[in-house]
Design a protein around this ligand. Structure first.
Ligand code: FE2
Length: 228
């Protein structure tokens, strides 16, 4: 396969190409720092879309794709003991490129993108791996002097435990991150645990952000990894 056709193949089949990437490495046993919980916010779906896969850039039955910069978010779900969890249910939800949620509580006048999936689900595989193909979310106003930085909401569930609910931010959004009242609630030394740097990947022809999720208190009652 020529380089050009290989790139065309990868561009058309990005989820297949993820196998070519290196997932974030497991962290040394004494450094599995627990991912901070953050507020769920008001926009967790009331109704889940019928299309619930890991590719949020396309909606089943639509011929067009979502607006905005296509990105890949990938990582592992790990216990505080640094053991990867197979079978964890990872949900994400986020605004589209314009900064609008597809949610009845969102009063933002920015346009909805009918070709964006807004919510996705992934059950972790061997080594706790998950990935989502999505778009970089837009920022949106909360008050006249507070604009939320681009972020992706995460909810991670394992059986018989409370879910970990958090939000992922982008290192490049320096100013909005610094002004964000939700991100700034996290102690400064822990903030880097919910940040990702988007790095361009030549093969996928898009930027990739890596985010390991380390379960904490909600996992404390049962240290046996869920492998079912
Ligand atoms: Fe949000």
């Amino acid at each position: 396969m020529s380089l050009t056709s290989r790139r065309t193949f990868l561009k058309n089949s990005p989820m297949l190409a993820i196998g070519l990437l290196n997932f974030p490495q497991l962290i040394l046993a004494d450094k599995c720092l627990i991912t901070p919980n953050q507020t769920e916010g008001p926009f967790y779906p009331l109704n889940f879309p019928s299309d619930s896969d890991q590719d949020l850039t396309r909606v089943a039955g639509h011929s067009s794709i979502a607006l905005g910069e296509k990105i890949l978010i990938m990582g592992r779900v790990i216990t505080p003991d640094c053991i990867p969890l197979k079978g964890a249910k990872v949900e994400i939800w986020q605004a589209c490129a314009s900064g609008r949620y597809d949610h009845e509580f969102d009063g933002n006048s920015a346009p909805i993108d009918p070709n964006f999936q807004y919510w996705g689900l992934f059950i972790t595989k061997n080594d706790g791996q998950y990935s989502f193909l999505t778009i970089k979310p837009g920022s949106y106003p909360v008050t006249t002097n507070w604009r939320r930085p681009p972020h992706i909401h995460f909810k991670v569930k394992i059986p018989h435990q409370s879910p970990l609910i958090t939000q992922l931010y982008f290192t490049e959004e320096t100013q909005l991150n610094r002004q964000d009242r939700i991100l700034q609630r996290i102690p400064s030394q822990q903030r880097k645990l919910v940040m990702t740097e988007l790095i361009y990947n030549q093969s996928l022809m898009m930027r990739v952000g890596k985010f390991n999720i380390i379960l904490g208190e909600q996992y404390a009652d049962n240290r046996t990894p869920y492998l079912g």
